[in-house]
Design a protein. Structure first.
Length: 178
C-alpha cells in the first residue's frame, strides 16, 4: 500500500517560495546573502519586486552617483547592461520588458519618490538625478544597446528607451514566486 502524499496549502507553497528567494516570512524584506544588505520587497501577483535599487558591489569604481559611497546607500549602484544581467542575487533576475510592463500597469501603486530618483551615469557625467530613475531591462536591442525604462517622478511618466550598454543605470531585481 502506497503512503498518502502530503499536499501543501497555497499559503505553505507561497511561504516556501518566499524562503527560497531569501525573503522574510511577511514578504517584506529580502536579505542578499552575498553582502548582508536588506531590501524592501513588494509582492505583485506571482512576482516579488525589490522596492530599492540594487547596491551590490561588482568592484567597479564608477558605480555611485557622483562617485560618493553615501549615494550608493541612498540610490543604489549603477551597472552597465552586461553587469546588470549578472548583478541580482541567486533566485532573482533582471526584469524583461514584459515584467516591466506588468509592474507599471497600476501606476497608482508605484512609489514615484523612490523610482524617479538617482538619474543615470553618462560617459561624461550624470543625468537628472533629482527627478528621474533609469532602470535596465534584461532585453537587448542589438550588440551594444540595451533596453531600459525611465521613471520621471515629477511628471509621473514612464518611457521605454534604448541605451548604450556601457551607460550606468540602476537595477531592480524580480523573483518568480510560482
Amino acid at each position: 500500500m502506497e503512503a498518502p502524499q502530503a499536499t501543501m496549502s497555497e499559503e505553505e507553497i507561497f511561504q516556501a517560495a518566499l524562503q527560497s528567494k531569501n525573503i522574510s516570512a511577511d514578504g517584506k524584506t529580502l536579505t542578499d546573502k552575498r553582502d548582508g544588505k536588506k531590501y524592501s520587497v513588494e509582492i505583485r501577483g506571482d512576482k516579488a519586486w525589490m522596492k530599492n535599487n540594487l547596491a551590490f558591489s561588482l568592484s567597479t569604481p564608477r558605480q555611485c552617483l557622483m562617485e560618493e559611497e553615501s549615494n550608493c546607500k541612498k540610490y543604489g549602484r549603477f551597472y552597465s547592461h552586461t553587469e546588470a544581467k549578472m548583478a541580482c542575487p541567486a533566485g532573482w533576475h533582471l526584469p524583461n520588458d514584459g515584467e516591466w510592463r506588468d509592474y507599471q500597469k497600476d501606476q497608482s501603486k508605484l512609489d514615484w519618490n523612490n523610482l524617479g530618483k538617482g538619474g543615470c551615469k553618462n560617459w561624461d557625467g550624470y543625468c537628472e538625478s533629482s527627478s528621474t530613475g533609469h532602470y535596465w531591462s534584461e532585453s537587448s536591442v542589438q550588440k551594444n544597446t540595451g533596453r531600459s525604462w525611465e521613471f520621471r517622478s515629477v511628471a509621473h511618466s514612464i518611457n521605454r528607451t534604448d541605451e548604450s550598454a556601457s551607460k550606468g543605470l540602476y537595477v531592480r531585481c524580480v523573483a518568480d514566486l510560482r
